[in-house]
Design a protein around this ligand. Structure first.
Ligand code: PLP
Length: 314
């Protein structure tokens, strides 16, 4: 399986092996099967040759090169988060990216796995993040988190008929756990989906997401705010020491964690992440509930701005 760097797909050995997240791999590195990685699109810090102000999609072409390098017959799948989650902070790839990925996978007979654990279930303003790339369908889709809205732990894998039939013809998929296939999880998932539908919350995530992005862009005047990005109600602010050179604070400064603590003190829960710039780099992510009100978005962004100002001024 070819994966991208940075990325995160989970903490079990198989999922971690395809995750480009050094801090979380560190304790398990010797046990992880070797995975070929390609760079994930990350416009704010792209260093691929040819990728400048106008993205030339070297990151999509890197998939073709990597499949050829590995040998197409040895590559089963390519895995990607439609919008990168905590490992790079709500990075939205260029509009052409997934069309090229799909074409490349098809050309080489490689399956495309979309990891929608973070982007699925309405988070980005569509039921699934991949819907932002019309006409591009993954072969396998994973989802979790919003699937049960966190009321009970739940996750799911979906695949098209061709894959399911092939697996069944090969003797089926033996992957049971004591508590897998649990009816309570299925009931919670159904209840969440019905609630989302009844209250039109996916469309609401798109509308509130636009408002959130407008408000977050208002933080760009703060000297430590290097980039503001995201889609729907999945957003991130990248904190830098120097916006001109985009140089991050040293990891030891723990700026994201300090901002998170300051925001919590002031009444907002934000997600601190980072390490995407060779171990340094600070990201503050926002993933508010889909029922959030406009005024609450305003309040959260105001608090975040105050927290960033307080911590980076100190
Ligand atoms: C994009 C993505 N994929 C996979 C996972 C792993 O999900 P779980 O911890 O439920 O296995 C996460 C968790 O944060 C994630 O963000």
């Amino acid at each position: 399986v070819i994966a991208r760097w940075p990325s995160f797909h989970g903490s079990s050995i198989g999922a971690l092996a395809v995750s480009g997240r050094p801090s979380l791999r560190a304790d398990f590195d010797p046990m992880l099967p070797v995975t070929p990685f390609i760079p994930a699109p990350y416009p704010y810090r792209c260093r691929l040759p040819g990728c400048g102000a106008r993205c030339s999609l070297e990151c999509a072409e890197a998939l073709d090169a990597k499949i050829r390098e590995e040998g197409p017959d040895t590559v089963a799948a390519f895995i990607a988060e439609p919008v990168i989650g905590a490992s790079a902070g709500a990075v939205v790839p260029p509009p052409e990216y997934y069309g090229l990925v799909r074409e490349t996978c098809d050309r080489h007979g490689v399956l495309f796995i979309a990891d929608e654990v973070m982007t699925g279930m309405g988070r980005t303003g569509r039921w699934f993040g991949m819907e932002h790339w019309p006409g591009v369908r993954p072969d396998i889709l994973t989802t979790g988190k919003g699937l049960t809205s966190g009321y009970v732990p739940g996750g799911a894998v979906m695949a098209g008929g061709r894959i399911v039939e092939t697996v069944n013809a090969g003797g089926g998929f033996h992957h049971g756990f004591t508590y897998s296939h649990h009816p309570v999880v299925a009931a919670a998932g159904l209840a969440v989906m019905r609630y989302l539908e009844r209250h039109d919350l996916v469309a609401r995530a798109a509308v509130m997401g636009e408002h959130l992005m407008v408000r977050l862009r208002g933080l760009a005047d703060l000297p430590a705010v290097g980039d503001v990005r995201g889609i729907g109600l999945m957003a991130a602010v990248e904190i830098v020491r120097d916006p001109a050179s985009r140089q991050p604070y040293p990891a030891s400064a723990r700026m994201a964690q300090k901002i998170q603590a300051e925001a919590l003190k002031r009444g907002a829960i934000v997600y601190a992440s980072g390490g995407q710039v060779n171990g340094a780099g600070d990201l503050i992510m926002l993933g508010p509930p889909l029922v959030i009100e406009r005024e609450q978005v305003d309040e959260a962004v105001q608090i975040l701005g105050d927290a960033i100002a307080a911590v980076t001024r100190a």
